[in-house]
Design a protein around this ligand. Structure first.
Ligand code: ATP
Ligand code: MG
Length: 382
């Protein structure tokens, strides 16, 4: 407890309160694969100015905080929102890639990958150690690399649009892990280049008033099946803002309705409202409007019906992904990690050679399965 108080700069009693209110949770499963870490806890909710997902780590020689990745506000309209938010500062229009958020740090002698809610993930760490150059942290020991983890072998967010068979990391921010202060866009480009770290595409650097140019970029992204953009002040003095394509709204809806009982209503409603504002602002013709209606409707009904059919055939509703491990111990550790996360899952080895173990992971969506089964058995909605 003392190390948490020290690292977060709190009194011992304030740190105790954190524990009592159940905001402080375990951040990892202790294991030889995490040799440098003696203890690690995370904030499961925002506390003071510490973001949700903030982690406190104790190594053999050190104790420090890794701040949670801050929420990014969403623009529902481009005009006048961008101008209002950024004034006349230059902005970078960056691709927003759809995977899961990872903060990569060094603790002791090794690299660690932390997911959004503040868990040190063994699966992601195993891949990050192979992909991220350790010497970056010799130059910048206090920095964290904020990356989107993308690819078909993703245990958390499936993304098929990128044609990446494994799991790759795309850098979108470099921040001081203690203060959460980001470095400027151009400095980040320089570092990514020098250390050969993959970075998200910067599609345009422009003035917030050039809405037509920005719309063109977004329409082009949408036609390539991409998620959206994040607008960033080149100097990173002002908070970024995000904006998503119609395709991504529909993709989210598709997902949420396939597992409708596991998802909050709010998740669905917000996607529909976004779609409405985009349709309003982009003012496309009658045919585009009809297409949008069709796309939206289909992304709701189709997955629902698929789920009903699955249950009717006696199957459970699952979300499946194919993962790979280089080390059997990491595979066992990852199972413990999923239990810590409270995930209901099944796993089986599907292939194994000298290099890799391939595994099928299925997350069981119990609420949706049960709900549909009851309805099919003749029970009313409530
Ligand atoms: P938020 O991060 O705003 O709290 P959220 O968790 O619902 O919301 P998203 O709506 O997916 O997340 O959008 C933000 C996330 O987008 C970031 O946390 C990050 O993981 C991801 N991302 C992908 N590309 C970028 C990028 N170029 N710049 C910033 N974030 C990006
Ligand atoms: Mg996302």
């Amino acid at each position: 407890m003392n190390f948490v108080a020290r690292a977060l700069n709190l009194s011992i009693s304030a740190a105790e309160r954190l524990r009592e209110r159940n905001i402080l949770k375990r951040a990892f499963v202790k294991h030889d694969f995490f040799p440098d870490i003696v203890e690690a806890v995370r904030l499961d909710r925002k506390f003071g100015f510490y973001e949700e997902g903030t982690v406190v780590i104790k190594t053999r020689t050190d104790e420090f905080v890794v701040r949670g990745f801050p929420k990014i506000k969403r623009a529902l309209t481009l005009k006048p929102t961008l101008k209002r938010h950024f004034g006349n500062r230059m902005i970078a229009v960056e691709e927003k890639m759809n995977g899961y958020n990872v903060r990569i740090i060094r603790a002791g002698d090794s690299i660690y990958a932390i997911t959004r809610r503040g868990l040190i993930c063994p699966y992601t760490t195993e891949k990050a150690r192979l992909e991220i150059p350790l010497d970056f942290f010799d130059e910048y020991p206090e920095f964290m690399l904020c990356c989107e983890a993308i690819g078909r072998a993703s245990p958390y967010v499936q993304s098929y649009t990128y044609d990446i068979p494994g799991l790759e990391f795309y850098l979108f921010d470099i921040r001081n892990r203690r203060t959460n202060e980001p470095i400027g866009v151009e400095e980040r480009e320089e570092i990514a280049d020098r250390y050969e770290i993959k970075m998200v595409d910067i599609l345009l650097k422009t003035n917030p008033e050039k809405v037509e140019d920005i719309k063109t970029v977004i329409e082009e992204l949408n036609s390539r099946g991409r998620e959206g953009v994040v607008f960033k002040d080149i100097e990173m003095k002002i908070d970024p803002m995000k904006y998503t394509t119609s395709l991504s709204n529909c993709y989210d809806l598709n997902y949420a309705f396939r597992f409708f009982a596991e998802y909050a209503r709010d998740f669905m409603i917000s996607r529909i409202v976004r779609e409405a504002f985009q349709s309003f602002e982009f003012q496309n013709g009658k045919r585009e409007f009809e297409e949008r209606c069709f796309r939206l409707g289909k992304s709701i009904l189709k997955p629902l019906i698929e789920s009903i059919q699955d249950v009717k055939m006696g199957k459970k509703i699952v979300e499946a992904s194919e993962l790979y491990f280089y080390n059997r111990e990491v595979l066992e550790l990852f199972k413990m990690h999923l239990k810590l996360l409270g995930v209901d899952f099944r796993m089986k080895v599907i292939d194994e050679d000298d290099e890799k173990i391939k595994v099928l992971l299925e997350r069981v969506m119990r609420s949706t399965t049960d709900r549909i089964r009851k309805i099919l058995n003749g029970n009313p909605w409530r």
